[in-house]
Ligand binder design. Sequence first.
Ligand code: UDP
Length: 313
Amino acid sequence: MTRVIVTGGAGFIGSHLCRTLLEKGYEVICIDNLYTGSKENIADLLQNSNFEFIKHDITDGIIINAEQIYNLACPASPVHYQNQPIQTIKTSTLGVWNMLNLAKKTKARFLQASTSEVYGDPSVHPQKESYWGNVNPIGIRACYDEGKRLAECLCMEFDRQHEAEIRVIRIFNTYGPNMALNDGRVISNFLVQAIKGDPITIYGDGSQTRSFQYVSDLVNGMIKMMEQDDFVGPVNLGNPGEFTIKELAEKVIKVCNSKSEIIYKPLPNDDPRKRKPDISLAKEKLDWEPIIPLDEGIIKTRDYFIERLKREK
Ligand code: UDP
């Protein structure tokens, strides 16, 4: 049985990854400090004898033997990382360094969950992996963007200097069940607001764009990247369908049959104007592309939040 560590395993994406790996017959060790992750996301896994949860912060070292390490630990919503910017930097630098050292010692293959944020507010559209990005190094997003950029740099040096087995993926906006109610990102905010009948909060004029991938598509891509033997990456994993935030708000109001009005709030500093992945490299190297369209994924996510809000009452 292959033993796998998933850091950030109690988070939104991590919990889906743990569940899929267990279904595929892996033994899974989930490490999470529960800053943004939650035990509720993995409640159904705790009884599984192939699953172990360890409450631990990766900025402290840990020694566990495994064949594969998926390193997802890091707050990823702007609201959360901007609340704890220094801890976010430590997680993406010291934390990644700790986990890379563990990979080196145990000869585990190491997959780093990087991000489309390495492209910053891109001046090239759509974004290819060869684009170096446009990041404000001293802005309010830098703790995350520069943290993740340095994490990629560390990974590449462990590949070059230590011949560690590295895989790097760049995750574009992802959504689905298990997002926290207070996650703060756009799809969860809009769905929760629409279901409750609260105003939908568009930041700026809503003309900025994002490309949204459903979480199961991402998890399939992550596992494909980990399982192949010769490509280090980085590789974009995202859905190239591009929507304005205004279009998204209208879509959400429609699928929720909601009476919510749209209100406009100031655009946060350094908010990227547009984002869309070029996924030709993922298609070529991994034979991967997303299959869940936004309309279908939004309905699944809506149903999750309807249930979740009932439980809150
Ligand atoms: N956004 C919005 N209303 C919200 C939350 C976010 O208009 O309630 C906007 C945000 O300013 C950004 C886009 O939606 O332009 C995506 O934001 P999110 O935080 O989901 O992710 P990002 O891609 O910015 O990291």
